[in-house]
Design a protein around this ligand. Sequence first.
Ligand code: PBG
Length: 337
Amino acid sequence: MPRTVAPYPAARFRRMRRTAALRGLQRENLLATDDLIWPLFVREGRDAATPIPSMPGVERLTIDRLVARVAEAADLGIPAVCLFPHIEPELKTEDCAAAWDPENLVNRAIRAIKAEVPQIAVMTDVALDPYNINGHDGFVVDGEIVNDETVEALVKMTLAQAEAGADIIGPSDMMDGRIGAMRRALEAAGHHHVTIMSYAAKYASSFYGPFRDAVGASGALKGDKNTYQMDPANSDEALRLVERDLSEGADMVMIKPGMPYLDICRRVKDEFGAPTFAYQVSGEYAMLSGAAERGWLDGEKVMMESLLAFKRAGCDGILTYFAPRAARLLQGRAGGG
Ligand code: PBG
């Protein structure tokens, strides 16, 4: 891109920053409500909510309460929600059979949402960790997280979710070959319209700690996820993974976590131009909310600044626990606030 910058004082950058009108004219990126995907935690029971201490303001919801919140999200203009189940410890097994049970918590929640709020897109999580007695995303055989057997299970899980009405399948497991296997199975079963958002570049991150509390996997997890999730030191590998997943039929790709990995978002968007998303994960939410609670940061301002940063980095959308709060602020702005 040719650039011409006149020497000072012909060029004074502050001229264009002097008034809100001029700043608005030269603003390059904008956050909109339809950039937001809201992750929600679902639990068994009726008319109840359990707060998650490491995620202030976030609760695990029973399906009836969940549907009510999803209806609010739809009213706010949020285009999609993403569901994560909290499974009781006694229901976790080594064979993870509950993961593809058509009547499991997530599949019942999808049906309930689709019956009441059909216009909102429902995204799911495909990985075995909520159901696994050892907290891993794949089957563990003799201490190894096995790939190909896990992919077979993930395909069954995918089909059960598609059958229940999921719009976006979100494989977060980082097994090799799963996108192609899922796409083939979806096509064969007549689910041509069901999309896949691949967690393509998912790092082995310590920023997932509060999420594991939320889904009840913290206690269960034995060891770490370093043999399947990415090394935080790598960047070229992320491009190879995104390319691989797109070539297998992913409709959208995701980078996760978000804020510490904005360089990856930018590289992925520039290189492939595919629909690109980032997940502002639980630890990022906890950092910002925890500091805001103590009065160390202005919570609303850092929330909006952090979300705008994803747009600047090239993301088309963001999975964020702030979604309804951000949407409310954006609505206020649209109304002249
Ligand atoms: C599990 C999964 C994780 C998250 C989404 N799906 C955690 C993990 O990989 O251990 C993290 C989300 C968050 O931290 O907000 N497959």
